[in-house]
Ligand binder design. Structure first.
Ligand code: DIR
Ligand code: MN
Ligand code: MN
Ligand code: MN
Length: 301
């Protein structure tokens, strides 16, 4: 069993500097050897290098910020992740901001069109060019993958390969009004923190998988935004929202999805080592590594 680490030092999908240092800190904290200790053959040939497009050469489209840069970077991530998944390697992408998932999920679906996506996040990241209030593309990747909203020609490489019924959310608690309408209109299944409180994380994961993967026979792409965790657990992230998943709830999701034996790609996004104090950074990076270990089969016993 081989895991391919795709380090993506990229921050162009949102305005706060530092999230590009997330993958570097995760690897420096010992992630590679931790995953090797779990019995994986881990491939890591250094972090991905992205060509830069200067802001001057990349004016907004509508209010979308850095559109050409985000498009170029995510397209190359799609190619890299797609190649790993095609070879049967577990693609583990380290972000970087969540716009990268436009690439990672496109890569997975290019090989496994029947794959389902479990999106763990405080946010739905489903704004369209019409609905976005921030213009930050990390709040939009899901709408591009689903083909919602007016097409942005710059992103013509993104094929709408994701079907709404193959997507499920866990952990939502900060969803824009326009996004709520998109979730409703497209009948997308979402388990917010309200459902986590009501049913417990065990039943929520079970129900989420029953929805997208009733026979437990389809490949799974898990896209985990660290801000799904409560800010007391993962403080160093760009858009923290109180009332999030506990340490154990976050890990339970990763453990339960590993146990299905169906995981083909895993993203860990939005760790920003430039935010909060040194202890908070250390804590957030450690929790990132530990979520990834759970996703790769670490057990408590
Ligand atoms: C907001 C925040 N919905 C936006 N999204 C964030 O900018 O579209 N996503 N923070 O991670
Ligand atoms: Mn996100
Ligand atoms: Mn397949
Ligand atoms: Mn988020």
């Amino acid at each position: 069993k081989t895991a391919a680490i795709v380090g993506c030092p990229f921050s162009g999908g949102q305005p706060k500097p530092g999230v590009d240092k997330g993958p570097i800190h995760l690897v420096e904290a010992g992630l590679i050897s931790q995953l090797e200790s779990l019995g994986w053959n881990v491939k890591f040939e250094g972090h991905h290098q992205f060509e830069d497009i200067k802001t001057n050469d990349d004016p907004p489209i509508g209010i979308l910020k850095n559109p050409r840069l985000v498009s170029r970077v995510t397209e190359s991530v799609a190619r890299v992740v797609g190649e790993h998944v095609k070879k049967g390697e577990l693609a583990v992408t380290l972000g970087g901001d969540h716009s990268l998932a436009m690439g990672t999920i496109s890569g997975t679906l290019s090989t496994h069109p029947e794959a389902c996506v479990v999106w763990v996040d405080a946010h739905a990241d489903i704004n369209t060019i019409e609905s976005t209030e921030s213009g930050n593309i990390h709040g939009m990747p899901v709408s591009f993958l689903l083909g919602l909203g007016n097409k942005v020609p710059e992103f013509s490489w993104v094929k709408p390969l994701l079907k709404p019924e193959n997507l499920v959310y866990i952990g939502l608690r900060d969803v824009d009004a326009g996004e709520k309408a998109l979730l409703r209109d497209n009948k997308i299944k979402a388990f917010s923190m309200h459902e986590v409180d009501r049913y417990g994380i065990g039943r929520v994961v079970e129900m989420a998988l029953d929805h997208v993967n009733p026979n437990r026979d389809r490949p799974i792409h898990l896209s985990f935004d660290v801000d799904a965790l409560d800010p007391t657990v993962a403080p160093s992230t760009g858009t923290p929202v109180r009332g999030g998943l506990t340490f154990r709830e976050g890990h339970f999701i990763c453990e339960a999805i590993y146990e299905t034996g169906l995981l083909v790609a895993l993203d860990l996004m939005e760790v920003n080592p430039s935010l909060e104090d040194e202890a908070s950074v250390k804590q957030t990076v450690a929790v990132g590594c530990s979520l990834l270990r759970s996703g790769l089969g670490e057990t408590l016993l």
